[in-house]
Design a protein around this ligand. Structure first.
Ligand code: 13P
Length: 254
């Protein structure tokens, strides 16, 4: 039996944007997605713009979130932002374990698991990113890498914690490269992830949204979203271009 999962398209602006551009982008997205009722949409903005994002999106169906969160509640952690602070700005989502954070800021699976739990404890929905590098794919250890990243969360937070979360499969070699995974390549890994979760709890697996991320564009979104285990997308570059992002939202809503 096919589980009914609604689709989610989330933009990850990364370190892009500014007050003027954000205003134009968000206004366009609000208008461009107003008629789309079936799928869910969100944007993950840089911390300083969460207030602006909240102001512009609060009366719309579009949700918002952050791109990172501290694993700690409060204290002497200069430069860090807690999950409770994100809740103060109306965030629903927060990205955890993006490959850029793992690679450039030394976040290991243990730290990612702590961030995942801190987010959930505050009532946020973590978007947990997993994915292999090109070297790892070529060494045919994609499943091993993704399994390790996923298992770290399951062991630390428990299988039921996945109910209030979203997963994102983001092959590192497809991020910002224009080199999208083929729908078949992505589907294979999505199915692997769902099977691995199902081994713990089939119901949790059936309800789990697994997004694909990595060079998703208006021109390839539809074929990716047509795959049975791809439940939407986590969009980088194309989420900064209103027409592209809206077209991707439309593809998810079909
Ligand atoms: P691109 O869509 O720019 O490849 O980025 C994907 C990504 O990292 C989303 O989190």
């Amino acid at each position: 039996m096919m589980a009914m999962r609604s689709k989610l398209v989330a933009g990850n602006w990364k370190m892009h944007g500014g007050m003027v551009q954000n205003q134009a982008l968000l206004s366009a997205i609000v208008m461009g997605t107003a008629a789309l009722r079936k799928a869910d949409f969100a944007v993950c903005a840089p911390y300083p713009y969460l207030s602006q994002t909240q102001t512009l999106l609060r009366d719309t169906p579009i949700r918002w979130g952050a791109q990172n969160v501290s694993q700690y509640d409060k204290g002497a952690y200069t430069g860090e932002v807690s999950a409770a602070m994100l809740v103060d700005f109306g965030c629903r989502y927060v990205i955890a374990g993006h490959s850029e954070r793992r690679a450039l800021y030394g976040e290991d699976s243990h730290t990612v698991a702590l961030k995942f739990k801190a987010a959930q404890a505050a009532g946020l929905i973590p978007i947990l990113c997993v994915g292999e590098t090109l070297d790892q794919r070529e060494a045919a250890i994609t499943e091993q890498v993704v399994a390790e990243q996923l298992d770290a969360i399951i062991e630390s937070a428990g299988i039921n914690a996945l109910v209030q979360s979203v997963l994102a499969y983001e092959p590192v070699w497809a991020i910002g490269t224009g080199k999208t995974a083929t729908p078949g390549q992505a589907q294979d890994v999505h199915a692997f992830i769902r099977d691995r979760v199902a081994a713990h709890n089939p119901e949790v697996a059936a309800g789990l949204k697994i997004l694909y991320g990595g060079s998703v564009k208006a021109s390839n979104a539809e074929e990716l979203f047509a795959m049975p285990d791809i439940d939407g997308g986590l969009i980088g570059g194309a989420s900064l271009v209103a027409d592209e992002f809206i077209a991707i939202c439309r593809a998810a809503n079909n």
